[in-house]
Design a protein around this ligand. Structure first.
Ligand code: NI
Length: 178
């Protein structure tokens, strides 16, 4: 088990556009994905993008049954998504609170597409195509933004809904200091 250091906002490596993955099924890829799951689980994250641990590849992971950082969120299947492409399925956006392991201690309300299709491949280059909405759609948009060098504060439009987690959500476990 290897928990890797998560880069924090301000690190220029979080602002890069990630490179497509071209090699699949390698031991290095398997190790990277195992480390990412260890790192995400250790931090109770809902998702993690490879650039957050300094690896500039188009690879994200996400998913959980129950997440203490988002206690009201419905479960999202555990997924490895590589070289993703997102297509909104309507013009509708909705606001919802997000946190980020690279932006510890803060939450902000971010507008996201309510429904979208995502396509990509898994770690064995098998295709993934899903139509999703709600929190699942939000998580994917947040993670894929990391591949574009975007952090959620860059998407906030209403800064009255941006603040410290322990102030805005005092019922959340303070040990999940994200
Ligand atoms: Ni994030």
């Amino acid at each position: 088990m290897t928990v890797r250091e998560i880069l924090k906002m301000g690190d220029p490596r979080l602002l890069r556009v990630a490179e497509p993955v071209t090699e699949f099924g390698t031991p290095e890829m398997a190790q990277l994905i195992a480390d990412m799951f260890d790192t995400m689980h250790a931090a109770n994250g809902a998702g993690l993008a490879a650039p957050q641990i300094g690896v500039n590849l188009q690879l994200v992971i996400y998913g959980f049954k129950q997440n203490p950082r988002y206690p009201d969120a419905p479960q999202v299947p555990e997924t490895v998504l590589i070289n993703p492409v997102l297509t909104p399925l309507s013009d509708e956006k909705e606001e919802g609170f997000e946190g980020c392991l690279s932006v510890p201690g803060l939450r902000g309300s971010v507008p996201r597409w309510t429904k979208l299709r995502y396509e990509g491949v898994d770690q064995l280059n098998q295709p993934i195509a899903r139509d999703v909405d709600g929190f699942h759609a939000r998580v994917v948009q947040h993670e894929v933004d990391h591949l574009l060098g975007m952090l959620y504060p860059m998407r906030i439009t209403d800064f009255t809904k941006f603040g410290f987690t322990d102030v805005m959500f005092p019922d959340l476990d303070p040990n999940d200091d994200d």
